[in-house]
Design a protein around this ligand. Structure first.
Ligand SMILES: [Zn+2]
Length: 203
């Protein structure tokens, strides 16, 4: 378990990386620390699956070196749960750490309770001082319960292994190289219109 000094140092480092003092960050630092401890050393390659695209994924990247770029971190953003699974990619065996909502006392830690229900109100939504004050309160409340917020489970991840490396092909329309999914995938998804996300703009 991280010492208080280490915990604070890492949290500050990730606040800078994330560019915001998001209250989810210290919560996620404690989650990654707990997951590492429960998992212990792994023989193969450490991988993480994050069930949210929120600040949790930035914490995983800084603390574990599993990143989106090296593909040791996978984000299942549509799940929207504040949870992560840390595992050995060679075996799929790992540990899942999640926020156990039943452990949040709405009387003792009311702001934390609202945070995970997204019920902090309009003033907080708008940002500014109300949001900062709420964030500080969440961190104080979290510090009072720390690991007692979480549940853990041993898991085996399904479909482990390296993601497939697709062959590259040059798109006949834009002349950029792209990764070809299959024989039918004859031009890039922007030129085919499947994933068009911009249009030419002059000015
Ligand atoms: Zn193209």
């Amino acid at each position: 378990m991280l010492s208080d000094t280490e915990f604070d140092r890492i949290t500050e480092e990730i606040f800078r990386f994330h560019t915001k003092r998001a209250p989810g960050i210290p919560i996620a630092v404690a989650m990654v620390d707990l997951a590492r401890e429960r998992l212990g050393p792994v023989k193969g390659r450490l991988n993480v699956i994050a069930e949210s695209q929120a600040c949790l994924s930035d914490v995983v990247q800084v603390m574990t070196g599993c990143t989106i770029g090296n593909r040791y971190l996978k984000i299942l953003k549509d799940l929207g749960r504040y949870a992560l699974t840390m595992f050995d990619r060679d075996t799929g065996i790992g540990v899942r750490v999640f926020v156990d909502f039943r452990k949040i006392d709405p009387v003792k830690t009311p702001e934390l309770h609202k945070f995970f229900l997204r019920e902090r109100g309009e003033a907080v939504e708008r940002g500014g001082e109300a949001r900062e004050a709420s964030g500080r309160l969440i961190m104080v409340e979290f510090a009072s319960i720390h690991r007692d917020l979480f549940g853990t489970q041993r898991v085996r991840v399904l479909q482990v292994g390296k993601p497939a490396m697709l062959p590259a092909r040059v798109c006949p329309s834009c002349h950029e190289s792209y990764l070809q999914r299959d024989d039918q995938h004859g031009q890039c998804d922007v030129c085919s219109g499947l994933s068009r996300y911009f249009e030419p703009f002059e000015g």
